[in-house]
Design a protein around this ligand. Structure first.
Ligand SMILES: [Zn+2]
Length: 310
């Protein structure tokens, strides 16, 4: 089926106590693994292309791969820009055809983050595409484990989440609730109480970044508290790379890229299927599709009414 956008599915997931898995793809094999896991689990899925992946493979190339895979599956697939930190990358991906976008202004001042996010939300909404914003800052553990003080420094407060949401009109909100990017071992427990308090103060689907390092039990609690989209990147990178290392160690004579690509793809698919089940989105494809259709009908009916009034 054609690519779908992320708006209706995230609202529905939050209302119904499950979350949508958002998985990063940096190449064709990983994108194939994600979509085929969604197909086998009959789950809605978000394939994320980061700004780094756009630089590595090109926005057109990655979008075309995801679009073509979506068209060959019966599961609802979204093509989402993850962490667009550059204004022009967000606009570029919108023009290319991405069906969901993120602007990450977390390194800017609060005011500057609001200003640019609001502008991009307005542009994206004018063509019916949802935008995710980020408030607080999800830290990066690329240089080694972070101290509790470092994680605490960036946590999102319910007050700033409310002000940010009301000022920008974003469709989903990435919040800092204890996780960090690039944590290689599942070891983190989230601040569940904070998630619940943010959820009470803003009526918008909340997004958890850096979920690869979070304990399963904490992920389940976070979903109950209001998280509706959960991002996984590091675990997929790890599964793919470890699979390739394993095959090279055992078969050093191997030179056919398809042979090891296939092996990596299978390992990533298993990880994605596990995560889909953990998030409770397995078997939800049909429900989500009905919701998307219902929503489309509502939008069309509204614009029809507006045309008559005008
Ligand atoms: Zn992230």
């Amino acid at each position: 089926m054609p690519l779908v956008d992320s708006k209706a599915m995230l609202i529905y997931a939050q209302k119904n106590g499950f979350a949508i898995g958002a998985f990063n793809a940096n190449n064709m094999e990983v994108a194939q693994a994600i979509v085929s896991a969604a197909e086998e689990e009959q789950a809605p899925v978000i394939v994320q292309i980061s700004e780094g992946a756009v630089k590595y493979a090109g926005a057109h190339c990655m979008f075309s791969i995801v679009k073509s895979l979506a068209e060959q599956t019966s599961a609802p697939v979204v093509c989402h820009l993850d962490h667009g930190v550059n204004y022009h990358t967000v606009i570029k991906c919108l023009r290319v055809g991405f069906t969901s976008l993120m602007f990450d202004g977390s390194s800017l001042t609060f005011e500057e983050n609001i200003k640019i996010t609001k502008e991009l939300a307005k542009i994206a909404h004018s063509v019916g595409i949802p935008l995710e914003g980020e408030i607080g800052k999800i830290p990066d553990a690329a240089k080694g484990p972070l101290s509790q003080e470092e994680i605490k420094r960036y946590l999102t407060t319910p007050e700033e989440a409310k002000e940010f949401f009301e000022s920008t009109g974003v469709d989903s909100l990435a919040v800092a609730v204890g996780s960090a990017h690039r944590v290689k071992v599942q070891s983190v427990s989230l601040d569940i109480e904070r998630i619940a308090r943010i959820r009470e103060s803003v009526n918008v689907p909340l997004v958890l970044h850096g979920a690869s390092g979070v304990l399963d039990d904490s992920i389940e609690k976070a979903i109950k508290a209001g998280i509706a989209k959960i991002n996984f990147a590091t675990e997929l990178n790890k599964a793919y790379t470890e699979a390739l290392k394993h095959i090279f160690n055992n078969k050093p004579e191997l030179i056919d890229v398809r042979k090891y690509g296939e092996f990596g793809r299978e390992k990533v698919k298993e990880v994605v299927k596990d995560k889909i089940r953990l998030l409770g989105s397995s078997g939800k494809a049909k429900e989500i599709l009905n919701e998307i259709i219902k929503n489309e009908c509502a939008i069309n009916a509204n614009s029809f009414e507006r045309e008559i009034v005008e």
